[in-house]
Every structure is written in structure tokens, then in C-alpha cells.
Design a binder for this molecule. Structure first.
Ligand code: BTN
Length: 261
């Protein structure tokens, strides 16, 4: 479904974000199909557009990695940010950097138990708290990265498999999260455009949830390799110690499991 932006809510959001000057327009939708899909439509239709951010209360067709859908929890913080890189810009590790920025933003709110699972899951106490999906649209003017983030604020009753921010921060609201997250993203993105992932590689490794763990790398259902997860390199590749050497695994279409799960 398509929805029109809710101007009142956008004004409330601006109010929540305070007098802070953001170099980016922010719009709020009570419900939309997918904030990522909407921004991709926009930048394809108007390649010279400015950076922009969409926030939604709910999505009817939320998108996840590898063509999966993203099911919002009862109460989620959902946002997408469209950012123009130079045509052909190297953005391969952007989703890993976004995980670091989200963890850092949550730290400023006193939530410091967040860890990262390669390539782009954000975990709290070992369970998935947030997902990051970066989608690209190449135009003649720019390589647009649409950065989508979904964070579970609260869990529907009876669902134990995911983590929720309210587990460690009962007063969590999407506005407080956005207030911390948006400026962090907007400050970091120009640095990423110049320097790539390298400045955040040490922090990613410090937050690595499965560092030193035996893992399996899967391509769909097919087992590609096994080994010990060592961390990531400056390109965001997973360094997998197979016992016969260190393999660099590109994120592409692979996923990671613990060896015995
Ligand atoms: C994943 O873990 O598979 C990534 C999930 C990303 C979900 C977010 S929610 C906001 C944005 N809009 C979407 O349709 N998806 C991303």
C-alpha cells in the first residue's frame, strides 16, 4: 500500500527532535508499505533529490535481507534514510558501519549491552534487537544508499525469540531512539563517504557478538564453510579461521549460524 505523509506527526517529530538542525528532511507515516521501498521510488523518480528520512509507525510490506519480509513488532522504531554517494561509490560495508552507529547511539541512551552479529544484525543479550537493510539505487547523479533500520521497542506478549529495547530500558520510545540515532547517522555518513568502513572496523570488532565462536557460513541452505569467527577486516569481510588458513567471507547472500545451532 502507499500512504501519504502525516504532516501533524512530522511536526511532532521535529518538535521531539528539538531545535536541532538536521541536514535532512524527516517525514512520518503512521503506516506505509515499506520505508525503504518508498525512498527507492523517490530517488529513482528524482535522482537530484536531497538526503531524506522516513519514519513509520507500521509497515504492511516491510523488507528484510535476502528477500525476506520484516515483520514489525507491536511497537517498533522504523526508519529509512536515503543518502547520495558519488556514482559507483564503494558502499559494500555500509550496513556493518550502520550497526556500529546504532550501537553507539544506543550507548548515549545508557543501553550498552548491544552487540553485533556479522554481517548486520544488532543483538541484545544474544537475541535480535534490530535489523539493517541497505538497498542501492544507481542514477547518473549518485549512488543512492537507502539505509533501513528496524528496532524492536517492545515485544508482543508471548514472543520470546527476539529482544526488545524495553527489556533494558522500560521507557524506550521511538522518538528518543530517533533523537539519538539520526544525528549519529548524519554525522557519520560524510566520513564514510571519504574513508569507507576502516574508521569503524576496530569498534565493530570490539562489539562482535560471536568473536572466537565456531560458526557455519550458509549460502541459502547450503553449508559453504565452517571455522572460528575472528572479526572483520577494513572491507567488512568476515575473517574465518578454517584451520587451514583465514578465509575472507563477503556478506553478499550468506548468513551465519553458530556451529551447534
Ligand atoms: C533484516 O534483518 O533482515 C533487515 C531488516 C530491516 C528492516 C527495516 S524496517 C525499516 C526499513 N524498511 C523496510 O522495509 N525494511 C527496513
Amino acid at each position: 500500500m502507499r500512504a501519504t505523509p502525516d504532516a501533524d506527526a512530522a511536526a511532532r517529530l521535529q518538535q521531539q527532535l528539538g531545535a536541532r538542525e538536521l541536514p535532512c528532511a524527516v517525514q512520518w507515516y503512521a503506516e506505509i508499505d515499506s520505508t525503504n521501498a518508498e525512498l527507492l521510488r523517490r530517488v529513482r523518480a528524482a535522482p537530484g533529490a536531497a538526503p531524506q528520512c522516513l519514519v513509520a509507525g507500521a509497515q504492511s510490506a516491510g523488507r528484510g535481507r535476502q528477500g525476506r519480509s520484516w515483520i514489525d513488532t507491536e511497537d517498533s522504531a522504523l526508519l529509512s534514510l536515503a543518502w547520495p554517494f558519488a556514482p559507483g561509490g564503494a558502499v559494500g560495508a555500509l550496513s556493518l558501519a550502520v550497526g556500529v552507529w546504532l550501537a553507539q547511539a544506543l550507548q548515549t541512551l545508557g543501553v550498552d549491552a548491544v552487540r553485533l552479529k556479522w554481517p548486520n544484525d544488532v543483538l541484545l543479550r544474544g537475541a535480535k534487537l534490530a535489523g539493517v537493510l541497505v538497498e542501492l539505487a544507481d542514477t547518473t547523479a549518485a549512488r543512492w544508499a537507502v539505509i533501513g533500520i528496524g528496532i524492536n521497542l517492545r515485544r508482543p506478549p508471548g514472543v520470546d525469540s527476539a529482544a526488545a529495547l524495553a527489556d533494558v530500558w522500560p521507557q524506550a520510545t521511538r522518538w528518543r531512539v530517533l533523537e539519538a540515532l539520526l544525528p549519529t547517522l548524519l554525522q557519520a555518513l560524510p566520513v564514510y563517504a571519504q574513508a569507507g568502513f576502516a574508521p569503524w572496523q576496530p569498534t565493530w570488532n570490539a562489539l562482535h557478538a560471536w568473536g572466537g565462536a565456531e560458526v557455519r557460513v550458509l549460502e541459502g541452505a547450503r553449508l559453504r564453510s565452517t571455522g572460528m569467527a575472528r572479526g572483520v577486516d577494513a572491507d567488512g569481510c568476515l575473517l574465518l579461521d578454517t584451520g587451514h588458513g583465514v578465509e575472507r567471507v563477503h556478506s553478499g547472500d550468506v548468513s551465519l549460524r553458530r556451529a551447534h545451532d
